[in-house]
Design a protein around this ligand. Sequence first.
Ligand code: GSH
Length: 462
Amino acid sequence: METQVIKFYYSTAPNPMKVALCLEEMGLAYEPIPVDTRKGAQHKPEYLAINPNAKVPAIVDGDVTMFDSNAIVLYLAEKTGKFLPAKPAQRGPMLSWLMFVASGIGPFTGQYVHFKNYAPEKIAYALNRYEFEALRHWGIVDARLAKNKYMVGDTYTVVDMALWGWARLVPNILGEHAAKLVNVKRLVDDPEVFGGFSTDSARPSIEQESVHHFEKRVDGAPLRRPWWFFDARVQGSGAVDIPTHQVDQAQWFVDADAAPGDAPTLLDARGWSTRVPVDVFTRITGAGGVPEELRGAREGDALRVFCNAELAYRLRGVTARAATRWEISSPPGGGDTSRLVLRGRAATIQVELSEETGFRRRVVVETRNDTVETRRHLARILAGGEWPGAQARAVGAARYELDVPPALDVGHEAHFAELLDELLGWIDTNHRPAALATRTLAKYALLAEAAAATARDEAAAR
Ligand SMILES: N[C@@H](CCC(=O)N[C@@H](CS)C(=O)NCC(=O)O)C(=O)O
């Protein structure tokens, strides 16, 4: 029985994390030794003696010194005889997929993140190339895992562990493609397909609706929320909570990075409460009872949470409506739903996530133009590569449905990680997007006005 403690040189970056998972899964005794790569510890002579490539991870296992994460996971699998493919004939494919992670997934994803977030200047060619290749590689993983439970056949192997090092960051890495609907933005910006926002005031040109649940599961486990989540004075009332994201998205569709135009003007706002039974509140929060701070919100055996709102506003001549509603518990097999409608002069674009779409994002383009021409333009836009393999399928006269690849169809929680990632990228590169600052101030001025307007509804309901 092997008792030797393996020295594990690590940071929390993707490559070391593959080895961390492997050591844990194999139940090996190890001593974690952090290497602060941000401070340059990987270039010290004593570390270079272990890894001349000056990167993490590295291990020292008795008289065996090793670097390069994929080599290490393979070594550990062979050393322990664990997490190798069940059938000998699968050793070849196992090596192929491990090298695919080593030479494809890792380098292309890493370079994509580098050029997107850390390069001091935005180099379009490098960004496009690495973005295309990173997405192409993840598309291959996605197709593989759609047919196989694991990367090599039906058993969990070190290839899955190597992949996990990167896969756990997919929402951050690819988040913009999913959460921000970059492809939908490209359709909206296309004069041939969308033709600019309709300014016909009979109906809003941007409609956003979302339904949320207090009690729900995230990543397979019940979501625990803090008690103050139910206090609109802390969490924000319905008008300022989810609409922050909705207005943000509407501004992005209308303004994007252009110099911000006139501040948006509020046309109408209303708010109302959801009654959350106290037993559901205690189940979600784990609180022993209703805290003193929430006493004022208590109505019999429920808490009144002022969390729903509907706002109408005008943004650069475009009318927008944002509605957000909270329900108590997510139904079994169900989840939060959302619908976005963008009305252009030439087409209407709808993005829906609901029971009807199987809780997957569905994008539908309904054209008022020549359908053959529109189909050609859609193919041209999709060939831009953001959703590898995406197709526009005709679903009736003048209607096209775009398939969002499942790997990029991540939940809206991914948006938070993505925003943080973007913010840290700006801090690291000392870049402050001026237009965004003006837009954000304009957004909060609008939301503050909506909060004041809806506060009257809350007072009236008491
Ligand atoms: N091929 C190597 C790459 C290792 C690598 O790039 N490590 C990164 C962390 S994920 C690192 O050490 N970065 C610090 C640096 O480049 O100075 C492996 O798989 O171990």
